[in-house]
Design a protein around this ligand. Structure first.
Ligand code: HEC
Ligand code: HEC
Length: 157
């Protein structure tokens, strides 16, 4: 093997290593990657269930969600894809939201963004026509721990 071949081999080896390493570090293994729902995406599952039964530290779901749930239509029978969930620091707000989360094609929304609920944040859901606010503050983004359990499902129109 001459020197040109050796250099070629070293360079190729380095490129393969770099490629592998960068794929490895951008994957979401163990919940370290960023995940956020978007319009028309269908990567989610378990529509209507409490996502945070699993998508929490040590819970086994891929990604630790700060906010997640499912939006239904007004009749509460079918999901309402492509609606929008927002998180605000004050109630009925027209200020800039802390987070804007697009609802995917399964009616689900989720984000791994770091959101500090502190003493409480406010939330709304907007469908095709109306932004509906939840009156009371929330200290958790686990929407389906209440909605679909102790209170009716999250809905919009
Ligand atoms: C019973 C446990 C469980 C529940 C409940 C659950 N998940 Fe998951 N989820 C998992 C597991 C495990 C994976 C990884 C394997 C897979 O894709 O099925 C996953 C994967 C995902 C992924 C793909 C992540 C990626 O890396 O592409 C998304 C998105 C997701 N879940 C969203 C949700 C949403 C939104 C909810 C609630 C509506 C939810 N999950 C409820 C266990 C759960
Ligand atoms: C601790 C329980 C709880 C959590 C967590 C919770 N909610 Fe609520 N939500 C309620 C209750 C109770 C009401 C009705 C009273 C009110 O508006 O404060 C409500 C009302 C709403 C309404 C207004 C519905 C209407 O008929 O006017 C929306 C929209 C809403 N919630 C969205 C959400 C979203 C989105 C999340 C997650 C980011 C969430 N909620 C988390 C309990 C909860």
């Amino acid at each position: 093997m001459n020197n040109t071949h050796l250099i070629f081999l070293i360079i190729t080896g380095f490129m393969v290593f770099t490629l592998f390493y960068s794929c490895e570090s951008s994957s979401s293994g163990g919940g370290s990657g960023e995940l956020i729902s978007s319009f028309n995406s269908s990567k989610s599952h378990n529509t209507g269930s409490n996502c945070m039964n699993c998508h929490v530290q040590g819970g086994g779901g891929d990604g630790i969600f700060s906010v997640a749930g499912t939006v239904y239509d007004e009749a509460l029978n079918s999901v309402l894809p492509n609606s929008i969930v927002r998180i605000y620091s004050s109630p009925n707000s027209d200020e800039m939201p802390i987070a804007v989360i697009e609802v995917d094609s399964r009616g689900n929304f989720y984000t791994t963004a770091n959101i500090n609920f502190g003493d409480g944040l406010y939330t709304s859901v907007e469908g095709a026509t109306t932004e509906i606010f939840m009156e009371s503050p929330i200290t958790s983004g686990s929407c389906s721990s209440c909605h679909g359990d102790s209170t009716e499902r999250v809905w919009a129109k």
